[in-house]
Every structure is written in structure tokens, then in C-alpha cells.
Design a protein around this ligand. Structure first.
Ligand code: AMP
Ligand code: GLY
Length: 421
């Protein structure tokens, strides 16, 4: 079996690592991949939104299955492209079609989906440049803090949480009238602030059945104590200690099942991963957002805890046989710590030599490249070290110890992960 994986992050390296253990011994192709994926398969220098070049590669490498890592190609319709292409329509794609990808690609679409299917989420209203004055008036009628969300994809930067009314009004005008986030903020969702602790739920569905994967919690802010700018994710743990059996049941009954049924009722034909961003308010779960893919760096703790053959799991998904699958989850906890280039998530330098990669730790590479036989930094989030233990604290200790052998100039990582658990 030849598998094409789209993406270049730690998530995609983890997919490759897990697939490399499959009894199906798949041949892996990664577009574009990184220095880590290059050790487990063949990197193809193709942008995952360059569909025509992907089509040529899928044909020349006799690809049997496509697994999409990031959201951008999904929202751009990569699945629809394959499904309607005369030479590619036989190749299953793990990842939703363009319409269903709107669950991540448009906050307003996701809110309407939740409203339609009675899925608990913060109350909201949506505005465009034409209704800016109504939006400003609406802000005056709602209590602080104000949650303003650019409707479209904004690489994790499109959500603003503002405490001061005048600042919120200025931000709303910037987004709608001055297109602060470009086309992504032509529409803005204003929603109620939910005060609680976040966790993430991952579901793999074949369009009919689904399996719920291990829960995880990620750390998004650059600074210790969850301070400073938002990032793609500085680390993650799984399981989530405060997610007890009673709370899990509520998530299942109130959120996972209605989401799966909603996808069917709306005939969205969703095949792939649903990532449900949740917040626990008191004793109740609410949905903060949907993503239509696995999380990064959550994948680096979720996949290592799954004991099933990942090749078989993906094939069962593609063939709508997930109902036959029983997920086996390791009782061990996993934690991952992300090392980033100094300066990230703002400007940073690339090309720094990385040493210590040869150890026996589970190191998932992200922003790396190989230049003249040397692995160098090539992005903001450079790599993640995953460790295991009897509980999350032990797993974190192990992950930190694995990371301690690695170094590159201006390497930074948070030393306080798990502080809130
Ligand atoms: P999102 O891109 O929708 O996940 O939002 C990014 C981050 O903003 C989330 O991970 C939360 O930390 C925060 N956030 C989003 N919506 C809300 C809300 N309604 N109440 C409180 N925090 C929120
Ligand atoms: N770690 C959050 C995300 O993948 O969007």
C-alpha cells in the first residue's frame, strides 16, 4: 500500500512513525514533509494546495490512500479534487470534503451547525462590514470580556479576547472595515466568554461509524503560566486528568453523538478526523471550536497511546469498516514538549544546526530540513519530544528528560507544562 500524507509538521511525522509500525508495511510519501518524515518515507517537494502537482505525484507513485494533515488543503477542497478527478477518484482521502471542512473554515458555519443540532456552545451573533453598526451596538449590550472571531482561517490568530468595551469596538471595526485578517475577517462572530479549562476530543469517522480517540490537552501560549502570544501549540498531554468518567459521558452524550448525527443529517459525508475543542465550565462541557483534522502537537500524544495498527485503522476508515474496529488505548500517559526557534511566534531565524537527535527518545520533527547531511531548523516549531509514564506528571518528566539531549541555537521551550493540572 502506498500512502500519500499531506503536511510538514510534527503531526505528519507522528503519522509516519505510527504507519511505519503497521503490518501492512506501507510505502510512505509526504508532501512536503520534513527531515523527520524523510527517514520514514519519500518527501515530495509539493505544496499541499498545488492540486495538479499532487495529482501527478499520486499517479506516478501509484498512491492507494491520501491522509491530509493540515486544514488548508481540506478547506481548499483537496478531497473534492481527488473524488472528481477521472484518474484519482478511486483513491480514498482521509479528510472531509470542502463543504464539511467549513466546520473549521468558517466560524459562522460551525456555530450554525451547533445551533441546528443543539450542541452546547457559547451564544453568538455574526456581523459583516454592512452590519458593523449593529455589531458595535451589540457589544454595548453584552458583558465583558468580548470574544471576537474572524470567520475564516487565520492560522490561529483570528480570535481576540478583549476586556475593554472601547478596545473591543475598535477591534471589531479593524476586522470588518479594515479587513485586519484579510478575507478571513469579512465576517466576524462575537460570542459569549466561557470561563473554564480547555481540553480536546478527537473522533475518527468513516461517515457512518466513529471511534473516539484519547483525549488531550494542549498548551497554546508561548509563555509560562499560559501567558504571551498564541502559538500553534507548545506541548500536550494525554489523558486529561480532570476528564473523569462522568464528564466523559457528558461529552459523549451532549457533544460527540449529536456532532456525528448532525454530520449525517446534514449529509456532509465526513470521512476523517474531527477535533472538538472543548471547555469545561463548572461541570458542563461546551464546544469552543471544531477542527477537521488532528491537532498538532496533540497527535504526538494521542497516536502513541493507540495500540491498534494505524494502517489498518485508516484503511477501515476508507472502506467504511470502522464499526468492526475496537480501539485499544494504552493506560500509560503521554506528554510532549515542543521546542521552538527563539523569537517564535514572531520573527525567528532558520538554519540552526540541531544536535542530539540520534538518541533513543521519541522525537517528532516539525520545522526541520536536512542540508548537506545536517538537520537544521526550518520553522518556528522545530520538534517535539514525547515521553510516557504512569501519570501525566511522570510522562512530562520523561519528555523533558528526552528533550534535554537536544540543542540548537536559541532553542526555547516551556518548562511549566502541566502546571494547571
Ligand atoms: P478558537 O480558534 O475558536 O479555538 O479560539 C482560540 C482560543 O480562544 C481558544 O482555544 C480559547 O482559549 C479561546 N476562546 C475561544 N472562544 C472562547 C470563548 N467563547 N470563551 C472563552 N475563550 C474562548
Ligand atoms: N494544537 C491546536 C491545533 O492543532 O489547532
Amino acid at each position: 500500500m502506498n500512502i500519500l500524507i499531506l503536511g510538514s509538521g510534527g503531526r505528519e511525522h507522528t503519522f509516519c512513525w505510527k504507519l511505519a509500525q503497521s503490518t501492512q508495511q506501507p510505502k510512505l510519501f509526504i508532501a512536503p514533509g520534513n527531515a523527520g518524515t524523510a527517514q520514514l518515507g519519500t518527501n515530495l517537494p509539493i505544496d499541499p494546495t498545488d492540486f495538479d502537482t499532487l495529482a501527478q505525484a499520486a499517479t506516478s507513485h501509484a498512491i492507494d490512500l491520501v491522509v491530509v494533515g493540515p486544514e488548508v488543503p481540506l478547506v481548499a477542497g483537496v478531497h473534492d479534487f481527488f473524488a472528481t478527478h477521472p484518474k484519482l477518484s478511486h483513491i480514498p482521502v482521509i479528510g472531509p470534503k470542502k463543504e464539511a471542512a467549513q466546520l473549521e473554515g468558517s466560524k459562522a458555519y460551525a456555530k450554525a451547525f451547533m445551533e441546528r443540532h443543539n450542541i452546547p456552545t457559547a451564544p453568538y451573533k455574526q456581523f459583516t462590514a454592512n452590519s458593523l453598526n449593529e455589531g458595535l451596538a451589540y457589544l454595548e449590550t453584552t458583558p465583558a470580556p468580548y470574544v471576537l472571531k474572524a470567520d475564516g482561517l487565520a492560522a490561529g490568530k483570528g480570535v481576540l479576547i478583549i476586556h475593554d468595551l472601547d478596545e473591543a469596538k475598535t477591534a471589531l471595526s479593524d476586522m470588518l472595515a479594515n479587513k485586519k485578517f484579510g478575507a478571513a475577517s469579512e465576517q466576524v462572530v462575537i460570542e459569549g466568554f466561557l470561563d473554564g479549562i480547555e481540553l480536546s476530543c478527537f473522533v475518527l469517522t468513516d461517515g457512518e461509524s466513529h471511534v473516539t480517540l484519547p483525549f488531550a490537552k494542549d498548551y497554546k501560549r508561548i509563555g509560562e503560566g499560559d501567558t504571551g502570544l498564541n502559538t500553534g501549540g507548545m506541548g500536550a498531554v494525554s489523558p486529561v486528568p480532570f476528564n473523569d468518567a462522568a464528564f466523559k459521558q457528558k461529552i459523549h452524550d451532549r457533544i460527540v453523538l449529536p456532532t456525528m448525527e448532525g454530520l449525517k443529517k446534514d449529509q456532509l459525508d465526513f470521512v476523517g478526523f474531527v477535533f472538538i475543542g472543548l471547555i469545561r465550565v463548572g461541570d458542563d462541557p461546551f464546544v469552543i471550536e471544531y477542527n477537521v483534522r488532528m491537532g498538532d502537537p496533540e497527535t504526538q500524544v494521542v497516536l502513541p497511546r493507540i495500540q491498534n495498527d494505524f494502517g489498518e485503522l485508516l484503511q477501515a476508515t476508507a472502506e467504511q469498516r470502522l464499526h468492526e474496529t475496537e480501539l485499544r488505548i494504552s493506560p500509560e500517559a503521554a506528554a510532549t514538549v515542543v521546542a521552538v526557534s527563539g523569537g517564535y511566534p514572531e520573527a525567528y531565524e532558520k538554519g540552526k544546526a540541531i544536535t542530539g537527535l540520534a538518541g533513543d527518545g521519541l522525537i517528532f520533527q516539525a520545522g526541520t530540513a536536512e542540508v548537506d547531511g545536517q538537520v537544521v531548523t526550518n520553522g518556528g516549531r522545530v520538534l517535539a519530544a514525547t515521553g510516557f509514564g504512569a501519570d501525566v506528571q511522570e510522562a512530562l518528566t520523561s519528555a523533558y528528560s528526552k528533550l534535554s539531549t537536544i540543542s540548537f541555537e536559541e532553542m526555547y521551550f516551556r518548562k511549566d507544562l502541566g502546571f494547571d493540572l
